[in-house]
Design a protein around this ligand. Structure first.
Ligand SMILES: Cc1cc2nc3c(=O)[nH]c(=O)nc-3n(C[C@H](O)[C@H](O)[C@H](O)COP(=O)(O)O)c2cc1C
Ligand code: SF4
Ligand code: SF4
Length: 421
């Protein structure tokens, strides 16, 4: 069996599965239940100055039969007092000394940050996460994403914390930026020991067509919220890769955004994460999902003869390149398995109206025919086909040498460019 123990920027935990700072980490009662269920760490619901929450505060996008494909919230940080939170965090740490307990924080002044850092260290927490990502309510007050969107401020506030913190400092980044590497590098310059990403994405999930009010309604009005859950995973994976692949960025990354299954978590490790954090999946299915996460990861590592989670970190990030590094000589075409095809014609319609008119219907025949001479290998038909593996994509054209855009005759700068491999 592989060893799931993790050391993330100096923070040790029995496994890389942490709860993200959110409702599942509101109270000591919940975090203790989570640790009993098998979670390796928890980032406490963000501590800060007193706030008031609205009712209601969540809305969701459900797609066909999938409930809560994306979750939207307009809730703020903890609405309990700092004293109560610290008391419960201390109890958790005493009962679960080997689990990672991270204090998420958000304040306005340097003095407030310093005061909270000291009080958290006094009760024995293992690290800090600076919430520079909350996209509503707090940013209007100069906190949350207002910090994550301004690299200079991000660097400055990070350094306020790192100048006194004895425990590792993680900076949690907002995805509501054009270039996530800028705040990541700012956090690194500010002395952070790690970053985590992503926090939630600005969103409006929908409108009630009877009342014409946006969701979630607070007595007739709403505000934009933060989007998370399975729908955001592709955005999180891309941002993770951007940070991981930046040549000047060298810190460990905790991956967050839409993780629900062990396969999701493996994707985050492969793309560069060293630990992962989960919120929506736990709000949907409860703490128990960690059993499958651990078992699946363990078996995956064993099946690849890997001994520890860090063996996975970043393998795939290296394979995610700029478009102009891709091989223009590589060609594939679609192939239909006539044994399994049910003759639904979905592939035909998709290719005919939405792609390259490269599938023909043969009168009297159940199985459509691929026009191999015009098929561009776009994948669309295989994506719409309802039968698993019925349409596969087959490489053609032998093994032509790799050809990238810089060396392509159609490139107007062709003559002047150096040959790129
Ligand atoms: C209701 C709710 C409240 C949240 N509150 C916080 C918070 O207080 N601090 C924070 O850093 N992130 C907060 N988040 C963001 C999550 O920690 C996480 O970054 C985000 O939900 C993406 O992960 P997921 O797709 O697994 O949910 C909250 C998310 C939700 C859904
Ligand atoms: S791969 Fe694209 S172009 Fe080729 S048959 Fe399928 S949909 Fe048409
Ligand atoms: S979508 Fe798939 S099952 Fe339907 S006709 Fe095309 S190949 Fe056959």
């Amino acid at each position: 069996m592989a060893d799931l123990k993790t050391n993330f920027a100096g923070i040790e935990s029995p496994n890389p599965f942490w709860l993200a700072s959110a409702p599942p980490t509101n109270t000591g009662y919940q975090v203790m239940n989570a640790f009993r269920a098998g979670w390796g760490g928890a980032v406490w619901k963000t501590l800060g100055k007193p706030i008031v929450n609205v009712s209601s505060r969540y809305s969701a996008v459900s797609y066909k039969n999938s409930k809560m494909m994306g979750l939207n919230n307009i809730e703020l940080i903890t609405d309990r007092s700092l004293e109560v939170n610290l008391k419960e965090m201390k109890e958790v740490k005493e009962k679960f000394p080997k689990h990672a307990l991270i204090a998420s924080m958000m304040f306005e002044t340097k003095e407030e940050w310093h005061d909270c850092v000291k009080r958290c260290e006094d009760i024995g927490i293992d690290g800090f996460e600076l919430n520079f990502g909350c996209p509503h309510g707090m940013c209007e007050r100069g906190m949350g994403s207002a910090v994550g969107q301004n690299p200079d401020v991000c660097e400055k506030i990070t350094s306020w914390v790192t100048e006194i913190a004895k425990k590792p400092v993680i900076v949690k980044l907002t995805p509501n930026v054009t270039d996530i590497t800028k705040p990541a590098l700012a956090a690194q310059r500010g002395g952070a020991n790690a970053v985590s990403l992503i926090n939630t994405i600005n969103s409006v999930t929908g409108i009630n067509l009877d009342t014409m009010e946006p969701n979630p309604s607070v007595n007739g009005l709403s505000t934009h919220g933060g989007y998370c859950g399975p729908a955001v995973k592709p955005i999180a994976l891309n941002m993770l890769a951007e940070v991981k692949n930046h040549p000047d960025f060298h810190l460990p990354i905790s991956g967050i955004g839409g993780i629900e299954t062990w396969q999701d978590s493996v994707e985050f490790f492969l793309m560069g994460a060293s630990t992962v954090q989960v919120c929506t999946a736990v709000m949907h299915y409860g703490f128990r999902i960690v059993g499958d996460l651990k078992e699946g990861l363990n078996e995956y590592l064993d099946s690849h003869n890997m001994k520890k989670v860090s063996d996975l970190t970043g393998i795939t990030a290296k394979k995610l390149r700029k478009w102009d590094e891709l091989d223009l000589n590589y060609k594939i075409i679609a192939k239909i398995n006539s044994e399994t095809c049910i003759g639904c014609q979905l592939c035909y319609i998709a290719c005919e109206d939405g792609a390259h008119q490269s599938i023909a219907l043969i009168p009297g025949a159940r199985v459509p025919k691929i026009k191999e001479d015009t098929c561009v290998g776009c994948n669309l038909c295989s994506l719409v086909c309802p039968v698993e593996n019925c349409i596969t994509m087959i490489p053609i054209g032998g093994s032509k040498p790799r050809l990238v855009w810089a060396n392509h005759p159609k490139n107007p700068d062709y003559d002047t460019k150096l040959v790129r491999k």
